[in-house]
Design a protein around this ligand. Structure first.
Ligand SMILES: [Zn+2]
Ligand SMILES: [Zn+2]
Length: 185
């Protein structure tokens, strides 16, 4: 019985998996992401999906990372259920399209957006086309962020600071409140 489900699962995955588009390659290496930013797990030897997020600001990649399945679960586990529901409500829905041509939440086309985030899910050298990939523009991320609990904001800030430590003088010069970039699907 287990084998039956296993083969159905493989069959279904084959239909929704395609080679990773270059848009989701690492900007740093020009190749698909090879390892998890948190635990350094090698994606090539794994058979579980990993997530990718790339943040573009004014046409440039501001930061990017890939997160393995287990580390993704850990991070989601730290976030309140209410905040997780809030994020899903903002970016998931039956009428919303799975595309990186425009913002998932407001629908504006990519070429009109100076700053945005793309999110995808991959397995090995392939991308899973299901709930993701999607694109979300910066104003829509900011609007969504307002509804998050303080606890969740702290978790996301910790994640950012741990993995993308900026030079200290940058923070001193920041005139406006810190903009949140990390989104979880
Ligand atoms: Zn990991
Ligand atoms: Zn938008």
């Amino acid at each position: 019985m287990w084998r039956f489900f296993q083969s159905k699962r493989e069959e279904y995955l084959k239909k929704i998996m395609k080679p990773i588009p270059e848009e989701f390659f690492s900007f740093e290496t020009g190749e698909p992401f090879a390892q998890c930013i948190e635990c350094s797990a090698d994606f090539r030897s794994q058979r579980s999906p990993y997530g990718i997020q790339k943040v573009y600001q004014d046409g440039e990649v501001l930061y990017e990372y890939a997160l393995c399945h287990d580390c993704g679960l850990d991070l989601r586990g730290e976030i309140s259920k209410e905040s997780m529901r809030h994020m899903k409500r903002a970016f998931r829905g039956p009428k919303l399209k799975t595309t990186t041509d425009g913002c998932r939440a407001c629908g504006l086309p990519k070429h009109e957006l100076p700053s945005y985030t793309i999110v995808g899910s991959c397995m090995g050298a392939e991308m899973v086309f299901w709930n993701v990939p999607i694109l979300i523009c910066e104003p829509c991320i900011e609007a969504m962020s307002e509804g998050l609990s303080q606890e969740t904001k702290d978790v996301l800030d910790d994640f950012e600071e741990r993995n993308f430590p900026g030079p200290p003088e940058m923070e001193l010069d920041l005139p406006q409140p810190k903009r949140r970039k990390v989104v979880l699907m």
